[in-house]
Write a protein that binds this ligand. Sequence first.
Ligand code: NDP
Ligand code: GDR
Length: 356
Amino acid sequence: MSSDAERKVALITGINGQDGSYLSEFLLEKGYEVHGIIRRASSFNTSRIEHLYSDPYAHTGGRLHLHYGDMTDSSCLVKIINKTKPTEIYNLAAQSHVKVSFDLSEYTADVDAVGTLRLLDAIRTCGLENTAKFYQASTSELYGKVVETPQNENTPFYPRSPYACAKLYAYWIVINYREAYSLFACNGILFNHESPRRGETFVTRKITRGVAKIHLGLSDILELGHIDSKRDWGHAKDYVEAMWLMLQKEKPEDYVIATGETHSVREFVEAAFRYVGKEIVWEGKGVDEVGKEKDSGTIRVKINPKYFRPTDVGFLLGDATKAKSKLNWAPRVSFPELVKDMMQADIDLMKRNPMA
Ligand code: NDP
Ligand code: GDR
């Protein structure tokens, strides 16, 4: 066995999510042994990482290892950490859907807030607080209501959902464990990042799937909620590199990761339709604030209030100057390239499987 200083063993919670899959690829390429926690589900839930197994039925022989676990179960977290003795832990697991968090508020707090505490305590229980480095998936949702813009590491938080409130607890408990126990722990305050592997119910993927279906004649309408929300959208592949970079520094710190550009949901829809060169379906009314409708001549999709949130985040724009200067990190994929990547992937997917 290699010495502790040489060991490169990563543990990823949420490994089968969008970010977990890209991060696994990235770390395997860097020579890491990668362990991931997955939940038991009633059907297969590893489609995003299946390509990483040399043989899907013998993957334990490779450098990627999966363990059943759950952020609500402390004992399994202790067992997995004790068994794998990771040198880096990436906490990506979360009930990550903002709108769903209004319906599952207590569960979201249990997984996203208390789950983070459980993981931090498991590290201490296993005596790894001086050796394991910890990454926390913090979020631009912490900023919520606009206080100042662009948002950087010093911008005050104003969370606007049970999800954001749970992540706010996680953010601070990470800082507390860093200060109280000298744990090497970083918050990556990541702005929205997307990809062809983005969950189907987040707005970008919903749009690219919907437009691909319309393009191929499989559907004729796309229903959305608040289309005037603005987001700073990057590509997930770029963002997982930033997670790793944070853990390679001498000192643990918190970093904003963003592109420094913001676009509305409406602009994303327009870019997607442009990509397929299709006439836009005009239906319904526009909205410029949640709950307040106004006539608009430029509606591309049907607005369905069922997708509105009790409180939404209207505007996000990140300032990643610190990450640029200290981590030498910069996004590579532009907004038009992101839309193109996601559109083409969904067109290919729908052609292969129109029922997808
Ligand atoms: P996904 O929703 O794609 O992935 C979330 C992962 O967490 C899935 O693997 C999911 O497993 C797992 N998970 C959910 N609940 C539990 C639980 N109780 N126990 C164990 N695992 C659980 O999210 P992303 O990959 O997009 O995001 C990764 C992290 O980064 C999340 O914490 C998210 O909140 C945060 N974040 C994301 C941003 C983005 O724009 N993508 C921006 C900023 C932060 P399962 O498949 O079983 O549901
Ligand atoms: P967000 O992403 O809430 O920013 O959280 P999402 O794509 O869900 O929403 C972005 C904006 O689009 C508006 N919107 C819709 N959203 C969805 N999902 N479906 C719709 O039909 C729709 N129509 C309009 C929303 O109201 C919102 O304003 C994501 C998640 O990945 C979080 O986990 C992460 O922390 C943040 O990004 C940064």
